[in-house]
Write a protein that binds this ligand. Structure first.
Ligand code: CA
Length: 666
């Protein structure tokens, strides 16, 4: 997520806090900190207990409701000022089935009611928090549910999907279209008879799905689901509640909780992990966000004139350097990992967060699951008051232990610049990207044969290990790979563009680091040329599963590519030292050709040597292959992980826009 026109009205962008000038960083740093685990709501044998952290409040109250909206409170509890900036109220009953909001008065002004920042269940549109018994939300077998054990992040193959994109098209054959439950339906088939849904994921072989924002976001009106609104969901409202529009009944608070857990369990049962896209860097609203309505000003950064600073490009940015914001992020991801068994997190605009917070996130999550996967966008969408050296930037990734960043280096080098539609890259014939492709192959680690001064986006080996890098050529942002190729290869045939896509992804999936792909690329899905489809209708965003039949060979190529990577640890080294030792580049002075070997049974591979030649030029390339007994893995746009014939080495032709991959065991 990086674009500026999400949903905050211009007037809000310009206005300073409605509560007078915000305080200084030093003043916020002196706020009391509350570390109890009972924030906002706790139900036990003694009743229902409310604890709100609101240090500036002059008064605070809790409103109890019978329904999720449109009714007056049935009870109002005045809260008493308590320890460490908190306010407390209790009732002796267990209020299961009821809803609540908090209302605080700050500086003599009563703010709007808010469900708080720790609502774990809500009704429609999330304006009221719900009191439910979480022990009753677990699907059958939940206590034994476990995600795949991922020894190293480089063993993962990540598939980024949006719930509606994946299942909403009529061709999906899925009953619960656009819902969490879509990913629980076995044996779904397209109109052409191809596997869709969870069976499709199993057939493709990906190890993890990365689901676009699935916490409660603001833009889709959950009371109007039949109108089929679409949004990516980068407009957070309740961080600790699933999004209602992905449930079958947003008004019933238990439903979204149970259905999301059923989704996780079905994926786990299929051997697939679940990574959540999390957007703690900004909120949908400014003065009316739940942060602002509980502790106005505290959770955000401001400019010297008191206005909201905007490193997110969405109207505000959160302040992870403040203890209660840092704690919020850490405790929120811990909650998702524990309550929903989430296997990984992708941090949107991660560089808005400070390095220390990301290290806390990694350390705390690893206590819950040593194999948990954490990565993020190592950039901001605008400048921030947070000093550059404290930001969780791509260039600072080696200061974070167990956190990876997206490689925009490999992305732009392979396909061309992300924002210049017509720009080509290595796989589409533009010279000058060879060294950056090599940077991608070695996962931005130091390598004696890679000259970082020739890198397009980065001039030094910023990764200390390949486990710090996520490789990709497209994601939900910007043009899909299909659309990018169409716009940058005018006059080409679809077959030519599919060939370029295969080369591009072969570079991604054979490179060191962790491969990541956008859902539907394997069937050559497009988005009709729309680059920022965050609120485009289903007609733009939905994957037409009839494409799987039409583009079957493309799908088979992706499946084989994934199978190749999973079968061979040589593509999944875990240290920079191993890469420097085992990867040897050949001297090539031809534009758009990169040739290298992975030697010495790298990372315990049964293959002694793997020879890989990428030719992104429009001419065949004559490669000199050492004599030996080679198995041909990929050649002229075809790939078979089990091999397709043998070769003796010597001069071999690498066809235009293709990869040659050879392997030998002795
Ligand atoms: Ca919502």
């Amino acid at each position: 997520m990086k674009l500026k026109d999400y949903l905050v009205p211009a007037a809000l962008l310009l206005s300073a806090s409605a509560f007078g000038s915000p305080m200084t960083d030093e003043q916020y740093a002196n706020f009391p900190v509350y570390t109890g685990d009972d924030l906002e709501l706790k139900v036990d044998s003694k009743g229902t207990h409310f604890t709100l952290w609101s240090p500036q409040a002059d008064a605070a109250s809790v409103q109890i409701y019978d329904t999720d909206r449109n009714t007056a409170p049935v009870q109002t509890l005045e809260m008493k000022k308590s320890d460490n900036g908190t306010w407390r109220a209790s009732v002796p009953e267990q209020l299961y089935g009821k809803f609540y909001t908090f209302t605080v008065t700050v500086g003599g002004k009563q703010l709007d009611p808010t469900p708080g920042i720790w609502a774990k269940a809500t009704g429609t549109n999330g304006h009221r928090a719900a009191i439910i018994d979480f022990s009753k939300t677990n699907p059958e077998g939940w206590d034994k549910d476990k995600g795949p054990s991922t020894k190293n992040i480089t063993d993962a193959v990540i598939y980024e999907m949006h719930h509606r994109d994946f299942s909403v098209h009529p061709s999906s054959g899925i009953v619960h279209k656009g819902k969490f439950l879509a990913l629980t339906e076995p044996e779904t088939r397209s109109s052409k008879g191809d596997a869709t849904g969870i069976d499709h994921l199993k057939e493709l072989g990906v190890t993890h799905v990365h689901i676009l924002p699935s916490y409660d976001y603001n833009s889709v009106d959950e009371s109007q689901l039949p109108s089929n609104q679409y949004n990516w969901g980068y407009d957070p409202y309740n961080y600790n509640t699933p999004e209602g529009s992905y449930s079958t009944d947003p008004a019933r608070p238990e439903t979204r909780v149970t259905e999301m857990k059923e989704m996780v369990k079905a994926l786990h049962d299929a051997g697939i992990g679940v990574i959540m896209d999390v957007v703690y860097n900004h909120t949908a609203d400014n003065d009316k966000s739940n942060f602002s309505l509980t502790a106005p000003g505290y959770f955000y950064r401001h400019r010297p004139d008191g206005s909201y600073s905007d490193a997110s490009g969405c109207g505000n940015e959160t302040a992870s350097e403040r203890q209660m914001m840092s704690d919020f992020i850490v405790n929120s991801v811990k909650y998702w990992a524990q309550e929903y068994h989430i296997d990984g997190f992708r941090f949107d605009l991660m560089a808005i967060h400070d390095i220390d917070t990301m290290n806390r996130v990694a350390e705390e999550l690893r206590k819950i699951n040593p194999g948990i996967i954490i990565y993020g966008e190592g950039w901001t969408a605008g400048d921030s008051p947070l000093p550059v050296e404290r930001r969780a930037l791509k260039e600072n990734v080696d200061k974070m232990k167990g956190v990876a960043v997206f490689s925009d280096d490999i992305r732009d080098a392979v396909k061309g610049h992300y924002s210049n539609a017509a720009d080509r890259g290595f796989a589409t014939g533009k010279p000058g990207n060879e060294e950056t492709v090599k940077i991608g192959i070695v996962a931005s680690t130091a390598h004696p044969q890679v000259d970082y001064s020739k890198g397009n986006n980065s001039k030094f080996p910023y990764a200390g290990a390949p486990t710090e890098i996520i490789n990709y050529v497209s994601c939900h942002d910007d043009l899909t790979l299909t659309d990018k190729l169409a716009k940058s290869m005018p006059g080409s045939t679809e077959a030519e563009r599919q060939r370029a896509a295969r080369l591009a992804q072969t570079i991604v999936f054979t490179s060191q680091g962790t491969p990541f792909m956008f859902a539907g690329e394997e069937v050559f899905r497009d988005k009709k040329g729309v680059h920022n489809s965050y609120k485009s209708p289903d007609s733009i965003n939905a994957i037409d599963w009839a494409l799987k039949n039409k583009n079957r060979e493309q799908f088979d190529y992706y499946r084989e590519l994934i199978s190749l990577r999973k079968a061979h640890p040589a593509f999944r080294m875990t240290t920079a030292e191993d890469i420097a030792r085992n990867i040897v580049f050949d001297k090539v002075n031809v534009p758009n050709v990169v040739s290298y070997s992975i030697k010495k049974n790298a990372n315990g591979d049964e293959w002694k040597e793997i020879k890989i030649v990428f030719n992104g030029s429009d001419k065949p390339y004559e490669a000199k292959i050492p004599k030996g007994e080679w198995t041909v893995i990929a050649e002229d746009g075809q790939l078979n992980a089990a091999g397709m014939g043998t070769a003796k080495g010597g001069r071999m032709t690498v066809a235009s826009v293709s990869a040659l991959i050879l392997a030998r065991t002795k």
